[in-house]
Design a protein around this ligand. Structure first.
Ligand SMILES: *Cc1c(COP(=O)(O)O)cnc(C)c1O
Length: 413
């Protein structure tokens, strides 16, 4: 038998854009004893979790928590506000947006895809997979829909397959400008806790998120943040649903419980994760991500490679997509980096398979862990025979050193 317990010395560098590395404090919280989920102690935990997560979504409205991956929360958002056969307008920013529209079709909705037309002349990638949501295309389509058949507009905030972040407030403005009653559903599965996200201020009706990206938890829980209108719409929705139905959950939450067994240990870790984010300050968390993302892009530019996102105002603070030269298999490069340097990078998804890889710089990431990841990439690219125009690590070091400051630290009171 092969020894399956073997693993290389030192820590593994998990730089895929989710799951992201789980901080030690959260791993410890996961190990607390599982308690009675209908007892008084649990109700306290539930209240802490529900009010804390609302702060992270920047909302005054309820947030529903599911013991499911992000995909479950995608389905939940749709089934609570639609009727069978409804039309939904879904903007294609990349692979995740495309998966969400496939899910919509499978549950009996009629997704209509809206996307920027054409392909990029340099890379051949769809233009829509290199840029943020173009709100004017949504507005134009909604204006044509004079009978208001479209029930919801669905967009991905941070497209994890490409490293492009969209302007959600502009989508709300487009819906309002068209005078259309469609609800705004936003996937911020990889945005929440890393990129600025404002559920209430941006007028989002349902925000969808998950645990294993910016929240730094293991995979396993997901969220629907609601609006008044979404709750009202859900009361009229005729879509069959039970596990995902908001009404029973919202009612049970009032008493600090769930209609079924919640994943208690994940909730312990969630309270700790929220505490970490709120203590650092959401603005500082977002600024930290922006700075690391800038350093990463400087590295890619110094290598002479291209960033997948072609629109600087839409650069993702969460991850960077790196386009490899046409004759280089990006997955081959990833394999070398993994095997030689114990570093995991994200693969190119869907239409980008083999053409690019993704560097995650979200959650539990700092200057030195990013530099280590970039070093692994640089060595691996060279080993794969890619000719680089310069040292990306050196460029990132220069940027990080010049923008560094004394770091805030915890002091015992
Ligand atoms: C990770 C991710 C998903 C899928 O979530 P699962 O937890 O894998 O079900 C969906 N959308 C985006 C933008 C993601 O990053």
């Amino acid at each position: 038998m092969k020894n399956l317990n073997f693993h290389p010395a030192g820590r593994h560098f998990l730089h895929i854009p989710g799951p992201s590395p789980v901080p030690d404090r959260l791993l410890r919280a996961l190990s607390y004893p599982t308690i009675d989920h209908r007892g008084p102690e649990f109700a306290l935990l539930a209240r802490q979790v529900l009010s804390g997560i609302a702060q992270v979504f920047q909302t005054q409205h309820p947030v529903v928590i599911y013991p499911a991956s992000g995909t479950g929360a995608w389905e939940a958002a749709l089934v609570n506000v639609t009727n069978p056969g409804d039309e939904v307008l879904m903007y294609e920013t990349g692979h995740f947006a495309s998966l969400w529209s496939q899910l919509a079709a499978r549950i009996g909705l009629k997704p209509e895809i809206v996307a920027l037309p054409g392909n990029c002349s340099q890379t051949g990638f769809p233009n829509s997979w290199r840029r943020g949501v173009q709100a004017d295309l949504i507005e134009r389509r909604l204006r044509e829909d004079s009978q208001h058949k479209i029930r919801a507009v669905c967009v991905v905030h941070n497209e994890t397959s490409t490293g492009v972040t969209s302007d959600i407030a502009s989508v709300r403005r487009a819906i309002d400008a068209a005078g259309h009653p469609a609800l705004l559903l936003v996937d911020t599965i990889s945005g929440l806790g890393s990129a600025d996200y404002r559920h209430d201020e941006w007028g989002v009706d349902v925000s969808i998120s998950g645990s294993q990206k910016g929240l730094m938890l293991p995979p396993g829980i997901s969220f629907n943040a609601l609006s008044e209108r979404a709750i009202e719409r859900s009361k009229l929705s005729t879509m069959p649903r039970s596990f995902w139905a908001w009404d029973e959950i919202l009612q049970a939450n009032q008493a600090g419980s769930w209609p079924y067994t919640p994943n208690t240990n994940m909730l312990y870790a969630l309270v700790a994760a929220i505490d970490m984010l709120i203590n650092e300050g959401l603005d500082s968390v977002f600024a930290r991500h922006q700075r690391l993302a800038t350093a990463c892009r400087q590295a890619v530019h110094a290598w002479g490679l291209e960033v997948q996102c072609a629109e600087p105002s839409a650069y993702s603070p969460v991850l960077t997509g790196v386009v490899t030269p046409p004759d280089v298999d990006a997955d081959g490069v990833r394999k070398i980096i993994y095997e030689h340097f114990n570093l995991s990078l994200g693969t190119g998804l869907g239409k980008l398979k083999g053409r690019m890889f993704r560097i995650g710089h979200l959650g539990e990431c700092n200057d030195l862990s990013l530099l280590a990841a970039l070093t692994g990439c640089e060595m691996g690219l060279r080993l794969a025979g890619v000719s680089l125009s310069g040292s990306g690590v050196s460029a990132a070091m220069t940027y990080l050193a010049s923008t560094s400051s004394v770091q805030a630290r915890y002091h015992a009171p």
